[in-house]
Design a protein around this ligand. Sequence first.
Ligand code: OSB
Ligand code: MG
Length: 378
Amino acid sequence: MRLEAVELIRIGIPLVAPFETSFGVQSDRDILLVKAITSDGEGWGECVAGEEPTYSPEYVDGAQHVLTHHLLPRLVAREDLKAEEVFGLLRHVHGHQMAKAAIEMAILDAQLRARGESFGKYLGAVRSEVDCGVSVGIHRTIPELLRTVGGFLDQGYRRIKLKIKPGWDIEPVRAVRERFGDVPLQVDANTAYNLSDAKHLAELDAYDLLLIEQPMPEDQVLAHAQMAEIVSTPICLDESIHSLRAAADAIELHACRIINIKPGRVGGYLEARRIHDLCASHSIPVWMGGMLETGIGRAGNVAMAAMSNFTLPGDTSASDRYYHRDIITEPFVLQGGRLRVPTGPGLGVTVDEERLREVTTSTMEMRREKTSATTPSR
Ligand code: OSB
Ligand code: MG
């Protein structure tokens, strides 16, 4: 198919509650959506870059810039384009995985919608619904945290993940264990610690956690292997795993026993699938991460989480955990602690055009003929 045009749609949408991590608090999201208009029909992608480069070096304005000036020109110039070629065509642009993932996703969605195949079928889903966990932000007090966690458990979530940082780690874990017994529990530090904190984090070993996610900065892969000698709770990497190569190296170094897969962080669903397969061949369980996605990104993540080696509950929570009103016509609803994998063509969700208009803050269109003629500058 040919990529005739790409719409870059920015939306501003409030979260139902502020979400605090070791790198900051978020109350509203500024999200870049990508609509691919192809000779075979349309497809949607969602860019997971945040407003600021605090989780990763990518941020939403930068993603829009690199798409406009460096990525889309490499794709719209093609007479014939398949989603499977996108990753390779963009290889000379270093980094910018989230921006690359968004356009690959939109093209894959268009391609699959055109042939009536779902994301789940295409990716090799082996189940029709997926177990869901929920990521719980840092709270001001322990009683407030316990109220939030209790509410999520009442809704049926099958696993709780607590965000931690220095000064908010052992106490909240102890309090949740004491109040809620042996609920599946894990923590995520988002790089907030150093190797010198290993003895302190080893205190978490007493609480039977499923894993500790990304305790140290993303480039400190070897330090994670060294921390694993001191901390017996399994270490899981998130930020460090930005490619198949990074995953292979981390596994070889024994830096992690579990991997969190986020398609946006690794350059798209196809690279994410390669990481899934690599992990399966090394008996490394994986689980689906989350980036506070709208129903568009969530649809792809839920489909991928139905693959065989996704054996731990993911951060694939229901739409209402994030947004009062999602931008798809049928939001994701938790049923028995699970979400159903969409079965319709492509992502299998329909954008709610009225809601989309309501939250849209800007739109930009890149057309094939214009793009090939001029190099936009800023
Ligand atoms: O580290 O997993 C993370 C949200 C934004 C950036 C990074 C992370 C997260 C989450 C939320 O933990 C997961 C979700 O519910 O989407
Ligand atoms: Mg994480």
